[in-house]
Design a protein around this ligand. Structure first.
Ligand code: NAP
Ligand code: MN
Length: 264
């Protein structure tokens, strides 16, 4: 089995990276940054987002596991004092894998400039670079609403505890193959009207956003910031691809939610 380790880059995470490296090579596992079967991220949830995007082109061959060097994370759920247990588990082939949905985002451009496809592990947000975001929202081909406000956040179930939660979106269990659309400060009065509630779309449902005015858009894909000009539409749906996590011990999602947000 081939492994790669990605560290957040601080002294503690780098030290743990070196320890894992030593342990795993001691077990005769092969270090391979290019084509790993398992990627170990050491840092926080942000580090795992970075790792996901480093290996986004080989999701079907690579599984992820996260060690946290700060607070308990949703993706980084192993503590540094569990390292030995973790590497012993990893050395046992094959380990169990759980698969979670990811979000497919397709940005299409005007005047024959083609399209760009992205996968997000947490979410995609869209805002106008200046003024309010004004977009028509279509669901499965039917116009749903014209949205006016700060922006929209389209998240995965595992991303539902991140930005989506701050927008009062629901927390979705990652066994649900779905995406969630949450509003950022929509303008609602007698002239402008949006649904106001977060929407959850199942697999195969498509949400398409079409700009009403000609402005540039700030689009985020997880921790990545992009500016797109000349956008014709942005399409969202549950991706065909899934993200794979090594499941080495039970750690129920709802327990993680409680420990992260409510405490013990
Ligand atoms: P960051 O500013 O460090 O992230 C903000 C916080 O979100 C960090 O505490 C991060 O954990 C945590 N986080 C990331 N993914 C999560 C998840 N799936 N569930 C629960 N918490 C999660 O930036 P970053 O580390 O590069 O992460 C990018 C993410 O930040 C974006 O994908 C977005 O979800 C989130 N964000 C949130 C808000 C908000 O809540 N208002 C605004 C912008 C962005 P770690 O400290 O362990 O990295
Ligand atoms: Mn972070």
């Amino acid at each position: 089995m081939k492994f790669a380790i990605i560290s957040k880059g601080d002294a503690t995470s780098d030290k743990i990276k070196r320890q894992i490296m030593q342990y795993l090579t001691g077990f005769d596992l092969e270090h391979d940054e290019k084509k790993p079967d398992i990627v170990i991220s050491v840092g926080g949830d942000g580090t795992l987002l970075y790792a996901f995007h480093q290996y986004v082109d080989r999701l079907s061959e690579t599984a992820f596991v996260g060690v946290h060097t700060g607070h308990l994370g949703f993706y980084a759920d192993w503590t540094p004092d569990e390292l030995e247990k973790l590497v012993i588990h990893l050395a046992k082939i094959p380990f169990q894998v759980v698969q979670y949905p990811v979000l497919e985002v397709i940005v299409r451009f005007n005047s024959g400039k083609g399209e760009k496809r992205y996968l997000a592990l947490n979410e995609c947000t869209i805002k106008a670079t200046e003024g309010s975001l004004v977009v028509d929202v279509f669901i499965n081909g039917d116009k749903f609403e014209t949205f006016r406000g700060d922006g929209l956040c389209i998240s995965t179930p595992t991303g539902s505890t991140a930005y989506n939660k701050a927008l009062n979106g629901a927390i979705l269990h990652p066994s649900l193959s779905a995406i969630q659309i949450a509003e950022m400060a929509s303008i609602n009065n007698r002239v402008f009207r949006t649904i106001g509630s977060p929407l959850v779309l199942p697999e195969h449902h498509k949400c398409i956003i079409k700009p009403v005015n000609d402005v540039d858009y700030n689009i985020t894909i997880d921790h990545l910031f992009l500016v797109h000009k000349d956008v014709k539409s942005i399409q969202y749906r549950v991706a065909e691809e899934r993200v794979r996590f090594a499941r080495l011990r039970p750690f129920p999602f709802w327990v993680r939610v409680r420990q992260s947000f409510i405490g013990d």
